[in-house]
Design a protein around this ligand. Sequence first.
Ligand code: 5GP
Ligand code: ZN
Length: 136
Amino acid sequence: MGQDNCIFCKIANGEIPARTLYEDEQFRVILDQGPATKGHALILPKAHYRDLFELPEELAGDVMKLAKKMIIKMREKFKCEGFNLVQNNGDLAGQTVFHFHLHLIPRYGADGQKIGWKPQEVTPEELEEVRAQFAD
Ligand code: 5GP
Ligand code: ZN
C-alpha cells in the first residue's frame, strides 16, 4: 500500500503529522504547507498511486465526491468566494510530489493569486486538426 520514501504515503497513513481537515478509510485531506491561499488543502488517497493515470477509476470518482463535500464545508468555514481545483500530472505539468493529490484552493476577493494559463491564438483549421488527431 505505502511506497518507501513517499512523503504523502507517510502523511496519508499518519506516520508523519500534518494538519488534517478530514480523514476516512480511503483518504486524508490536509492543509498544504505552502498554501496559495488560506485553507489550501490537498486530498490524498491513503494508497499510493503516482498520478491520475494510475488512480483506479472508482477511486477517481470518490475523489471528486469528496472534493464536493469538502468545498461546501470549507466555503462555510473560511467564507471564501470561489475555488480552484488543481491536479498536476507529470513534472512538466508542475507535479512535484509523485503521489496523486487534488488541490482544493479557496479564492477570496483580492487574494493576489492567479491560477491559470495564457490563452493561445488558434485558427478554426488548427482546432479541427486537433479534433481529427484525437478521433483518428
Ligand atoms: P504538486 O506541485 O505536486 O501538485 O503539489 C505538491 C504540493 O504539496 C505543494 O503545494 C506543496 O506545498 C505541498 N507539500 C509538499 N510537501 C508537503 C508536506 O510535507 N506537507 C504538506 N502539508 N504539504 C506538502
Ligand atoms: Zn505515496
